[in-house]
Design a protein around this ligand. Structure first.
Ligand SMILES: [Zn+2]
Length: 169
């Protein structure tokens, strides 16, 4: 193994994990807020259709044509079912709940560090590429970005199920 090979591998993985998001963010950077919303709305519409079909198929309810209301086989284009449609709405609401949980956790329990040498505030206990030890100034020890992401996705999962039950009742 090359010297520092493990670090290099980790670096490549981080570039892949964060780079794709960064590349997307860079694409969005020059666009106005409304253009970003339009783009995300298009992605949401494309995926919501898939989500509704997935939920509808698993619930084994008879889908119907959205125009004629005649029964259609599950998964057919133009076929809708109430549980499937409510399921896609629940996914959207659960996503909002998860996003708010992310912000709440990030603003309260997420650990915040400060480097006593250069004053930087990295989101992890160590500087990127520096051995300097940072000091935690607030938040729960060790509760970093990954944990906050877990809180957000867990809230999204629980919220979606909850919203779905509420919408169906
Ligand atoms: Zn520093």
């Amino acid at each position: 193994m090359l010297p520092g090979g493990k670090r290099a591998r980790r670096g490549a993985r981080q570039v892949l994990a964060n780079g794709s998001v960064a590349a997307l963010a860079a694409c969005f950077h020059s666009l106005s807020a409304l253009a970003v919303l339009a783009l995300l709305g298009a992605v949401a519409a494309a995926t919501a259709d898939t989500w509704a079909a997935e939920v509808g198929i698993r619930l084994r309810k008879q889908p119907r044509s959205i125009l004629t209301l005649r029964p259609r086989p599950p998964g057919t284009s133009g076929a809708v079912s109430l549980p499937g449609t409510l399921g896609s709405a629940a996914v959207a609401l659960g996503g909002v709940a998860g996003s708010l949980a992310d912000s709440l956790a990030g603003d309260s329990v997420q650990a915040v560090y400060r480097c006593p040498v250069c004053g930087a505030s990295p989101e992890v206990a160590r500087h990127a590429g520096s051995p300097e030890r940072t000091v935690r100034v607030s938040g729960v020890p060790g509760l970093e970005n990954d944990a906050v992401s877990w809180i957000a996705t867990a809230t999204g999962a629980a919220g979606t199920v909850l919203f779905y039950q509420l919408l169906l009742s």
